[in-house]
Ligand binder design. Structure first.
Ligand SMILES: [Zn+2]
Length: 455
């Protein structure tokens, strides 16, 4: 069987001329499932063909529009035609548009309402930036290439350029304030590092955070330190976006870094930040894993391991119940039996658990000493229904930054490149990366967590 796909122009005065776009041939039964319906290649040809015909028709209509000359006396007449290349999601097209000359003053006018500097449609720009926020530029380009007849402007460099442009536009966007005020907002601020490609620097610090309301509204934000993006402005804007007013009660959480506390203060948030339970829980979990991996190959070690496992559980209980001052007792108990593991051999793949336990203990000890003022009774807060940190279980830094930009992917970043990509990534997670290029729209996902977006 064969079909012809024919476009027929319709209008008030009835059907106009028609154009054959493509011919489709298929077997007339279902004997070959591989030839069931359209293939992706045929669909791409079809889309490209329809796009070409429609744009050509639009261009023919546009030519009829004459500009008015600024002198106000003459009539503009066609001087010559210029070809404009424009990349769309459905193919690269050439639009032939006239230039005009005024028959009175001789001034040359371009066409009406055609942005002659544009080389691509807003929709293509936006989809390229959106995909690039979720996967590498190369993978995003490849995915688009697979799915759409984009044609040109789909290389890695173009993807990057358009993404960064979108990021810069988003950075300068004002918040869309909701109509209802929010009584309480939790703010979490965290930091992480990515590898730098800039001279004299190995790492770039990335500050990320999120604001959350009790009804599930959430906005994430982030900025690379010492970039053109001001994290203080982002914090204020995020608070506005979830409905902060004069009367809103703010609770802030950090990982304990003094630099982050300063940022919050500079952003005008005077409430003392609490230590996010997430960061303590991560360290405790690490400690538990190591304790469980300790060798138990003689009775003394079996006994010592039991003491350590129990002491770690106790430590967890103490920190959760606001008894951080007693943490030292648990740490001392562990240290007292550590000598039983002396001479524990390193395995081929990793260093001995006892040595890892020692390192983790020292790190936790140092962390708790530095943070004792910021630790609260988490159990009590939990019972009272108060928050103990971010509701995003894997941590904002991880899903926002590490999954796209971290070191395991061997990526090196420029300060500007990382910062602007992060702006797009935040907007994608926030559901504010709207259908019009570079503009923020009313949130569409305010009630749902962003973790369904795979990266
Ligand atoms: Zn004129």
């Amino acid at each position: 069987m064969a079909w012809i796909l024919r476009l027929v122009k319709t209008g008030a005065e009835g059907d106009g001329p028609s154009t054959d776009v493509m011919e489709i041939g298929k077997p007339d039964d279902l004997a070959d499932i591989a030839r069931l319906g359209l293939s992706l290649a045929e669909a791409k040809l079809l889309l490209a063909g329809v796009q070409r015909e429609i744009v050509a028709a639009q261009a023919r209509g546009h030519v009829l529009r004459r500009p008015d000359c600024r002198c106000g006396r003459g009539v503009c007449r066609v001087k010559d035609y210029r070809n404009h290349l424009i990349a769309t999601l459905f193919g690269q097209l050439t639009v032939r548009l006239p230039r005009f000359r005024c028959d009175s003053c001789g001034a040359i006018e371009g066409g009406v309402d055609w942005p002659s500097h544009c080389r691509s449609t807003p929709e293509l720009d936006q989809l390229q930036a959106h995909l690039s926020a979720l996967m590498t530029y190369r993978t995003a380009a490849d995915l688009l290439e697979q799915m759409f007849p984009v044609g040109a402007g789909n290389d890695k460099q173009t993807m990057r350029r358009r993404t960064l442009r979108a990021g810069a536009a988003l950075r300068d966007c004002a918040a869309v304030k909701p109509e209802t005020a929010t009584p309480a907002i939790a703010i979490t601020l965290d930091s992480t590092f990515i590898q730098s490609c800039e001279d004299g620097e190995r790492h770039l610090e990335v500050r990320v955070g999120n604001v959350e309301t009790e009804t599930g509204g959430r906005q994430v934000f982030g900025a690379v330190a010492r970039s053109d993006t001001d994290i203080k402005v982002l914090i204020g804007r995020s608070l506005d976006a979830v409905g902060r007013t004069e009367g809103t009660v703010l609770t802030t959480f950090t990982d304990g870094c003094p630099g982050l506390r300063r940022i919050l203060a500079d952003a005008g948030i005077m409430e003392l930040p609490l230590l996010d339970w997430f960061h303590i829980a991560m360290r405790l979990q690490h400690l538990k894993q190591i304790a469980n991996a300790l060798s138990a190959d003689d009775p003394a070690r079996v006994a010592a391991k039991a003491v350590i496992v129990e002491a770690v559980e106790r430590l967890h209980w103490r920190l959760w119940n606001g008894k951080a001052k007693d943490a030292q007792i648990s740490l001392d108990r562990i240290r007292a039996v550590m000598h039983h593991f002396q001479g524990e051999p390193d395995s081929r793949k990793s260093i001995a658990p006892s040595r890892r336990l020692w390192t983790a203990l020292r790190a936790l000890d140092g962390y708790l000493i530095g943070q004792s003022d910021w630790l609260v009774n988490y159990a009590e807060r939990h019972r009272a229904g108060s928050r103990n940190g971010t509701a995003i279980t894997e941590g904002t830094a991880n899903f926002l930054v590490n999954r796209r930009m971290n070191k395991s992917q061997q990526m090196r970043w420029s300060r500007r490149g990382a910062d602007l990509l992060l702006q797009v990534r935040c907007a994608v997670y926030n559901g504010t990366f709207g259908s019009t290029y570079g503009q923020k729209f009313q949130r569409t996902n305010s009630a749902s967590p962003p973790r369904m977006i795979a990266a």
